[in-house]
Design a protein around this ligand. Structure first.
Ligand SMILES: Nc1ncnc2c1ncn2[C@@H]1O[C@H](COP(=O)(O)OP(=O)(O)OP(=O)(O)O)[C@@H](O)[C@H]1O
Ligand SMILES: [Mg+2]
Length: 238
C-alpha cells in the first residue's frame, strides 16, 4: 500500500475561528492506482492533497506513506520526503516566467544533492520530447499556450522520479483540446506505473481515472471504480 489515510481530520485555526476542513477521512491507495477526487467547492479536496503531499500537517488521525507513519514527521523530514517522493501539478501551472522551459523543469532538482547535472538535463529533454515539447525547450513559459505550459508542469513534476504524482485541477485553466492533451500525458504516466491522485470538478476528466472518491463537507461520500473509463487519446466529450 503506498498511501493509507486513517480517520484523518484537519482543522484550520485563524485566531479563535476554527474551520473543520476534513472530519474523519479513511482510504488506501495502492502503487500504480489512478484516483480522481471530486466534490463541491470547500469539501476539502485541496486540503487532503496538501496533507498527502506533505505540504501541511493533519490535526488528528494517521497518514502512512510507503509503510512509514508520516503523521508526526518534523518539518525537515516533511521537506525531504516532499522533494524526493512527490511531484505536484497545480491548476495555475506555477512556472517561473523569466527562465526557460528547461530551467523550469530542472527547478525541483536544485535541492537534490549528488545528481549528475548532465544526466538530469538529458532526462528533462527526453521527458519534454515525450510530451511533444522538444521544440520549446529554450522558450520562456509566456511564449507557450496554456496546454503547453501545463505539459511543462507535468514534466517538472516528474523530474525527480517521484513515487506519487498529485494533480490539483490540472485541466482547470485549459480549453478542452489542451485539457485532453494534458490528460493523455497523465494517463500515459499511469500506464507506465506512476501512482496518481487528481482533483477535478469535471466528471469526464475524473472518468479518465480508474477510481473516483467524492468528498462532501470533509467526509468521503463515495469511493467507486470507474467502469466506462475515458481514454483521453480518443477524445473527451463535454
Ligand atoms: N488556509 C486556510 N485557512 C482557513 N480555512 C481554510 C484554509 N484553507 C482552506 N480552508 C477552508 O477549509 C475548507 C476546505 O477547503 P479546501 O481548499 O480543501 O476545499 P476544496 O474542496 O479544495 O475547494 P475548491 O473546489 O474550491 O478548490 C473550506 O471551508 C475552506 O474555506
Ligand atoms: Mg481546491
Amino acid at each position: 500500500m503506498l498511501i493509507k489515510i486513517e480517520n484523518v481530520t484537519k482543522d484550520y485555526h485563524d485566531n479563535e475561528l476554527v474551520t473543520p476542513a476534513l472530519r474523519g477521512v479513511s482510504f488506501e491507495v495502492k502503487q500504480s492506482e489512478f484516483v480522481a477526487i471530486m466534490g463541491s467547492s470547500g469539501s476539502g479536496k485541496s486540503t487532503l492533497m496538501h496533507i498527502i503531499g506533505f505540504l501541511d500537517q493533519l490535526t488528528s488521525g494517521h497518514y502512512f506513506f510507503d509503510g512509514q507513519d508520516a503523521s508526526h514527521f518534523n518539518d525537515q523530514k516533511l521537506a525531504d520526503i516532499r522533494n524526493s517522493k512527490v511531484g505536484f501539478i497545480f491548476q495555475a501551472y506555477n512556472l517561473l516566467p523569466r527562465i526557460s522551459v528547461l530551467d523550469n523543469v530542472l527547478l525541483p532538482t536544485i535541492y537534490t544533492s549528488n545528481l549528475d547535472k548532465g544526466k538530469i538535463e538529458q532526462r528533462a529533454k527526453e521527458l519534454l520530447d515525450k510530451v511533444g515539447l522538444s521544440h520549446r525547450v529554450k522558450h520562456r513559459p509566456n511564449q507557450l499556450s496554456g496546454g503547453e505550459q501545463q505539459r511543462v508542469a507535468v514534466v517538472r513534476a516528474l523530474i525527480n522520479q517521484p513515487r506519487l504524482i498529485l494533480a490539483d485541477e490540472p485541466t482547470g485553466n485549459l480549453d478542452s483540446k489542451s485539457g485532453q492533451e494534458v490528460m493523455e500525458v497523465i494517463q500515459d504516466l499511469n500506464e507506465e506505473g506512476h501512482t496518481i491522485l487528481m482533483v477535478t470538478h469535471e466528471k469526464y476528466v475524473a472518468e479518465c481515472a480508474r477510481r473516483i472518491i467524492v468528498l462532501k463537507d470533509g467526509r468521503i461520500l463515495s469511493d467507486s471504480q470507474v467502469f466506462n473509463r475515458h481514454i483521453a487519446k480518443d477524445g473527451l466529450e463535454k
